[in-house]
Design a protein around this ligand. Structure first.
Ligand code: SF4
Ligand code: SF4
Length: 437
């Protein structure tokens, strides 16, 4: 008997699974297959497992969960697949419908509940956590914890997460107003998704986004009623809280009276673009969610679409681009970040060998699968080091965190920035009287 309920909207569908013709053309795009050489750690292998679960030929044993858990949900296999297998939907729905039958220890269940139900949906609690971590980092306790090795003995997983944590900035992104006017003639009005991690760790990138949009004639609204987009919940298969968050964001964005929702975090953007699918069985929200999804744009996609205004100063940098998985594979936005970088005078873009291969961040993957995450990160840093770049640019906070950690680990003095950070820097540079960096 199948473990999946065919009547459930959250179950993997036979139509999706049977599209796979087992050709194997996706294997070389799969980071976990490349790292292990194992069929069970490949997209084709995982599709086999989910199909066998659907057909009731196997049970969801711990081994099955291990193979599904090791998947980054990076969707590199999706862009490689000539048959159009929607792998992202398969893995997300498989995880969602297997959650209730999963046997987990009390510790894992508690952690799960804390992260997905009690923390991520609540911006005040996240802010308090970030403020507490900032105090911890500044108190000298961090140095003590790291040199004593105490945390490594207690929980190696927690110790790695602690090491990967960047310095929490002195200020969070907490705008006192909701509307940021355009400079010069107004060309449009958009809403910015604030997100959960971005305002706490990358508030400067939010500020840069607002400035770049204003310089390009765009008025931006940051609706205060919005919440976390629910991406991390969706990726983990936790869809009930994700739906509640999506409904709240749909209301906030539609009330803002904007023509686009702009997102500067690729993982969040791909989730908002899929709100229509997430809420398709909700009669009150299906149409409204599809509308918000259709008007959502990654910041790079939006700027490339409207065309940059002139006025970018020269940035003499050697830059390499890490193509965030949820931008290039999930949203299929590949050309826009490159076009924007090419518009900055003096900037040299040097491609690494595999810019579209996951860096091992993948939401909370680096916390739950630390060994594979580090393995992929070390490979990524070697690829980056070979370019001789002084700056790594990307388009997602998870990638920024992971790559900054990778640079520290590898002893590289490479800066990590968002594409929009460099655009902002170039605009501001041109405004300085002597045009110097
Ligand atoms: S997912 Fe696509 S590329 Fe991979 S084996 Fe199936 S059909 Fe082939
Ligand atoms: S989503 Fe990424 S890790 Fe998972 S099977 Fe596809 S390519 Fe491999």
């Amino acid at each position: 008997m199948s473990v999946f309920d065919p009547a459930s909207a959250d179950a993997p569908s036979a139509a999706d699974l049977y599209r796979c013709v087992h050709c194997g053309l996706c294997l070389q795009s799969c980071p976990t297959y490349l790292a292990t050489g194992l069929e069970t750690e490949s997209p084709r292998g995982r599709i086999h497992l989910v199909t066998a679960l659907l057909e009731g030929r196997i049970e969801p044993t711990d081994n099955v969960f291990r193979h599904l858990d090791l998947c980054l949900a990076c969707r590199g296999c999706e862009t490689a697949c000539p048959s159009g297998v929607p792998y992202g939907r398969i893995i997300e729905t498989a995880r969602a419908s297997l959650r209730p039958v999963r046997r987990q220890g009390i510790g894992s269940r508690l952690l799960d509940w804390l992260i997905f139900t009690e923390l991520l949906p609540h911006p005040g609690r996240l802010r308090a956590l970030a403020a507490g971590l900032r105090a911890y980092q500044r108190s000298g306790l961090r140095a003590l914890v790291q040199t004593s090795g105490l945390l490594d003995r207690l929980s190696p997983r927690l110790a790695q997460a602690e090491r990967a944590l960047p310095d929490i900035p002195p200020r969070f992104f907490e705008p006192r107003r909701a509307v940021f006017p355009a400079l010069g003639e107004r060309r449009g009005r958009v809403a910015l998704l604030r997100g959960c991690v971005m305002p706490l760790l990358y508030g400067d990138t939010h500020a840069a986004t607002l400035r770049v949009l204003a310089r390009n004639g765009i008025e931006t609204v940051v609706p205060p009623e919005q919440r976390c987009c629910g991406a991390l919940n969706v990726h983990a298969g936790e869809r009930a809280v994700a739906r509640a968050l999506a409904r709240r964001n749909v209301d906030a964005f539609l009330a803002a009276g904007v023509e686009a929702v702009v997102v500067n975090a690729a993982g969040c953007g791909s989730t908002v673009k899929e709100y229509g699918e997430l809420l398709r069985d909700d009669p009150a929200y299906a149409e409204r969610a599809a509308r918000v999804a259709a008007m959502t744009r990654d910041i790079t996609e939006y700027l490339a679409e409207i065309g940059l205004r002139p006025g970018l100063g020269p940035l003499r940098r050697r830059v390499t681009l890490q193509e965030s998985c949820h931008l290039v594979h999930a949203q299929r936005v590949k050309a826009a970040p490159r076009a924007l970088l090419a518009a900055i005078p003096g900037l040299e873009l040097v491609d690494m060998a595999h810019p579209d291969l996951c860096c091992g961040s993948a939401g909370l993957y680096s916390v739950f699968q630390p060994e594979m995450s580090l393995r992929l990160l070390d490979d990524k840093m070697a690829d980056i080091a070979a370019t001789g770049a002084d700056t790594i640019v990307t388009a997602n906070p998870g990638c920024m965190l992971q790559l900054a950690f990778g640079a520290r680990r590898a002893g590289l003095r490479t800066r990590v920035a968002h594409v929009v950070d460099l655009l902002d820097e170039a605009y501001r540079l041109a405004e300085r009287p002597n045009g110097r960096t």
